[in-house]
Design a protein. Structure first.
Length: 362
């Protein structure tokens, strides 16, 4: 069975036609989360960035705490925590708290390392970009050991050193919350398979529901790296995210929200400032994050969404599938309607696709 979730980035650009005062923005956002739980969403997840003028969620753990208090059933998760930004022992303590107060619902914990287009964030925080891989690997190891080892331990790596390391209290889930680590490239997928974690794979990302080309290339690669490390790929949870707003009138929805979708796809993160121009919006900004935007990939009828998802995932579907919750200027009521359409009119037609759970694995 596919678990369906929503991914919140809390972007609130300072454009007059989109901006909502921050107290109102957060209050209504968490009300929306509670409503989406009532409507049947399985997972509530959060992303993060830092130094971004849009307010792109710099408070990911705090968002988890608030979501835990506003919900009672949904799994809580991240997509993703940028692990090199945190001391892993202190992060282990904070996430254990989330798991405890939520009743053991921290079940979609995505972790990774910030990509090179956002090196400016690492520079702002004083983190050496060349240390990105070792910070991630050592951070993952320390998180896991903090949660699973009862006795204090010493650690000495390239980036972290400590004596008598232990945390109290530990997570409610035993032996620990399952960690999903980004493994889109072969190098990163090899790390995930070698270290024994669940995997974050390629979905539609920020420009569509799915990507059949990316998925068809990634799935056999992932299966090969699993075999290399003697892991059963059917025993690994795969999580992906995409962007799609399901409606019976895609043209109207695109007219209402297309500008915001384009803005989000061409954004470049910089401390306290953004550079936007008509030229950069047409050509994907000076980082070239996207070209050739097609809003028909973002706004779909239920029938179109069903057909695309099934065509992409006929051989293997993700176990957890997230959609971006909203875009700037979109009201929470509009977002609830679009995702309600996905839950009611699309998701039931996808549940026969093969997943880890449908294969009988744990």
């Amino acid at each position: 069975m596919i678990e369906f979730g929503l991914l919140y980035d809390w972007r609130n650009p300072p454009r007059p036609e989109w901006f909502t005062p921050w107290p109102q923005f957060y209050r209504e956002g968490f009300e929306h989360i509670a409503e989406m739980e009532r409507h049947g969403v399985d997972i509530i997840s959060f992303g993060e960035h830092h130094g971004d003028v849009d307010g792109f969620n710099p408070h990911i753990v705090e968002s988890l705490v608030m979501a835990a208090e506003r919900t009672s059933r949904v799994s809580l998760g991240t997509n993703i925590i940028q692990l090199p930004y945190y001391h892993p022992v202190m992060l282990a303590e904070r996430l254990a708290f989330v798991d405890i107060i939520s009743g053991g619902r921290l079940k979609a914990l995505g972790l990774g390392q910030i990509g090179s287009p956002w090196d400016v964030e690492m520079e702002m925080l004083g983190v050496n970009t060349k240390h990105r891989p070792s910070l991630l690997e050592e951070g993952l190891e320390l998180l896991h050991r903090c949660w699973t080892e009862d006795e204090p331990f010493d650690y000495e790596g390239k980036r972290y050193k400590g004596k008598y390391i232990t945390i109290t209290p530990k997570p409610l889930q035993k032996p620990s919350p399952r960690m999903q680590v980004i493994g889109v490239s072969e190098q990163s997928a090899d790390r995930v398979a070698r270290m024994g974690f669940d995997v974050g794979g390629p979905g539609g990302f920020f420009d569509g529901l799915t990507s059949k080309e990316r998925w068809d290339a990634w799935l056999p690669m992932w299966q090969n790296v699993c075999a290399r490390h003697e892991r059963d790929p059917d025993d690994v949870t795969i999580s992906v995210f995409g962007q799609c707003f399901v409606t019976d009138d895609p043209e109207r929805a695109a007219a209402l929200h297309g500008d915001a979708v384009e803005y989000c796809l061409t954004w470049e993160s910089r401390p306290s400032t953004h550079v936007y121009s008509d030229e950069s919006l047409r050509h994907g900004g000076d980082k070239g994050l996207i070209t050739g935007l097609d809003l028909r990939k973002t706004f779909m009828t239920p029938e179109e969404a069903i057909a695309e998802f099934r065509a992409t995932h006929e051989k293997r579907a993700p176990d957890q599938f997230l959609l971006i919750a909203t875009r700037p200027g979109m009201t929470w009521e509009q977002a609830a309607e679009y995702h309600g359409n996905f839950i009611d009119k699309v998701l039931p037609h996808l549940q026969d696709l093969p997943t880890r759970r449908s294969s009988g694995s744990r």
